[in-house]
Design a protein around this ligand. Structure first.
Ligand code: ADP
Length: 257
């Protein structure tokens, strides 16, 4: 039986979003939020109007990556996202909770409902791309979130430490179930380029991403190195200042959608 998108969840009447892109991973900590942020920043620098819906309710890290200090506010018409310094609208549970450090211990259905409201009650305005930082994994919670949002395509983030073939397989199956195309794979923490000798080292072992991509007939959209300046940008709120070309190929695929 096919899972279906719950079309009862309509976008806010003041939202006109052309493409919704889900960013998924097999588990937490592989860099899903970093990839979501970099994709958004890259597309935004190309002149597209982009926003981020942080659906990673139990581990929200988007506001931190963009250095957002303000809280989201409600207007008479609906919820207003918080805009980053370069004008990217963002909605995240951390922009609503009084204390960023409050743990969210909600169960699946409550999480899914919150994400639905981030779609239906938030005034996103006119966007070319809305990127969704999905809950990690391919279990019940990400599936329910998937079913409540009109996702146009997904990008799968992996790292060489993982059993990549299994994760990609699960993500591909979930996408098939939802009848959503997998736009491609991103390998994070692929290698480390030594600043002293310029050589690249595969810290987490040899990558299998190409074999897995070939097997599923998917593209590898990016290979992101382990880069302390990237970690710093992400963890200190300067992700918008990151200059790099690692997302150019992924951006090309998004432009062709
Ligand atoms: P996820 O969203 O998958 O849980 P994050 O994007 O929050 O993962 O990344 C987890 C941590 O790893 C963050 O502290 C981030 O700065 C760091 N990190 C992610 N990718 C890289 C990278 N390529 N180089 C250095 N640090 C990274």
């Amino acid at each position: 039986d096919k899972a279906k998108v719950d079309f009862s969840v309509k976008p806010h009447k003041m939202s006109h979003v052309k493409k919704v892109i889900g960013v998924v991973s097999g588990k937490g900590g592989v860099g899903k939020s970093l990839v979501t942020s970099l994709l958004t920043v890259t597309m935004s620098k190309k002149g597209y109007k982009c926003g981020i819906l942080d659906a990673d309710i139990t581990g929200p890290s988007i506001p931190k990556a963009f250095g957002i200090k303000d809280k989201a506010m409600a207007s008479a018409q609906g919820m207003l996202p918080v805009c980053s310094s370069s004008g990217i609208p963002i909605m995240s549970i951390n922009l609503i909770l009084e204390n960023d450090t409050d743990p969210v211990v909600w169960r699946g259905p409550v999480i899914a409902n919150t994400v639905k409201q981030f779609w239906s009650d938030v005034i996103w305005g006119d966007l070319d791309y809305l990127f969704i930082d999905m809950p990690p994994g391919t279990g019940d919670v990400p599936l329910t979130v998937f079913q409540s949002l009109p996702v146009d395509g997904i990008i799968v983030v992996t790292s060489p430490q993982e059993l990549v073939s299994m994760i990609v397989e699960k993500a591909v199956k979930m996408a098939e179930l939802m009848k959503v195309p997998v736009l491609g794979l991103v390998e994070n923490m692929s290698y480390f380029k030594c600043p002293d000798n310029g050589k690249s080292y595969q810290i987490f072992g040899e990558s299998h991403i190409d074999e897995v991509a070939d097997y599923h007939n998917l593209k590898v959209l990016a290979r992101i190195p382990i880069d302390p300046s990237l970690a710093e940008a992400c963890d200190k709120g300067f992700i918008e200042e990151f200059e790099g070309s690692c997302m150019d190929e992924a951006a090309g695929v998004l432009e062709e959608m």
